[in-house]
Design a protein around this ligand. Structure first.
Ligand SMILES: O=C(O)CCC(=O)C(=O)O
Length: 292
């Protein structure tokens, strides 16, 4: 399967700050991935190396979980991302966003780049892939078209318990829900969104789990400017930038070396990802189960 975007789709991404839906897996392939995620939940619910499974799922999943690193290298996903970012692509983080059936968990309105220490770059895109039916009822993402043309706006920490984000962060400007479009996706479909796009998601009122994976792609030119160093996995082309410590995909699940690397990355990234927090926060360290 190839998913190279057309000129018209690329223009729409530039104008709206997102593009959807792009099919990157067949329904059967998506079901297989979901089954593998659910095997992980069944067999590794205690986590590994002192981390909960939830933490591996929510930040840098590609470092210790081969399945997630492999998904991030799927040619069809890379074709579409290459259409936006060009031929040299790195993966900064893989994250699973899972909401159980009937879950009240939400994601408040935010701009991703606010907390990543990468400035206001246009050289980052998130691929969000559905592994279940991600309908409006299931709490799909909502986007405000064109909002990526704004600079990074002030955000406030809410620390609300039902928020899937690490500090319940929320953009501190009024968002008119009438402007929002729903990012409904079928299993195997993905959307791409810009790191300054206003986006949010609601509770899961459907009868099934809502399972999605966010992959943060950057080009080698992006620089970590808050933390002292940062890490990324080269997935297409070349990285001649020296901006990133290049990491390899893991060969085994929760291997000793990749667990040590995970600790190192988390320690280095915590400075950037928790900068300015109103109170001390761990990055998804709370043991709230694998799915929220
Ligand atoms: O899955 C969600 O509900 C939110 C995901 C999100 O905020 C993101 O991928 O940037």
């Amino acid at each position: 399967m190839t998913a190279t975007l057309t000129g018209e789709e690329i223009a729409r991404y530039r104008d709206d700050g997102y593009i959807k839906p792009v099919t990157v897996f067949s329904v059967d392939e998506a079901a297989l991935v979901r089954a593998e995620i659910e095997v992980l939940e069944r067999d590794h619910d205690q986590g590994a190396g002192g981390h909960t499974l939830n933490q591996f799922f929510r930040v840098n999943g590609q470092v210790t979980i081969p399945l997630l690193a492999e998904i991030a290298r799927t040619p069809a996903i890379l074709d579409a991302v290459e259409s936006i970012l060009g031929p040299d692509l790195l993966v900064w983080s893989c994250e699973l966003f899972i909401k159980e059936a009937g879950s009240e968990k939400i994601v408040s309105w935010h701009q991703d780049l606010t907390y990543w220490g990468m400035g206001e770059t246009d050289e980052e895109v998130t691929a969000w892939i559905a592994f279940s039916d991600v309908s409006e009822a299931a709490g799909c993402m909502r986007f405000v078209p064109g909002s990526h043309k704004q600079r990074i706006q002030p955000h406030k920490d809410t620390f609300e318990g039902d928020n899937l984000l690490s500090r319940g962060q929320e953009v501190a400007v009024e968002v008119d829900e009438k402007d929002a479009v729903f990012d409904e996706l079928k299993p195997g479909e993905m959307s791409l969104h810009h790191g300054r796009l206003f986006h949010a998601s609601g509770p899961n009122r459907s009868a099934d789990r809502r399972i999605g994976m966010a992959i943060r792609y950057v080009t080698p030119s992006v620089e970590q400017s808050v933390g002292s160093r940062d890490y990324a996995m080269l997935v297409r082309g070349a990285d001649r930038s020296r901006n990133w410590i290049n990491i390899a995909p893991p060969s085994t699940l929760f291997g000793e070396g990749s667990l040590a690397l995970y600790d190192r990355i988390l320690a280095d990234q915590t400075a950037a990802l928790t900068a300015g927090a109103a109170r001390s926060i761990g990055l998804y360290t709370q043991s709230e189960g694998t799915a929220q």
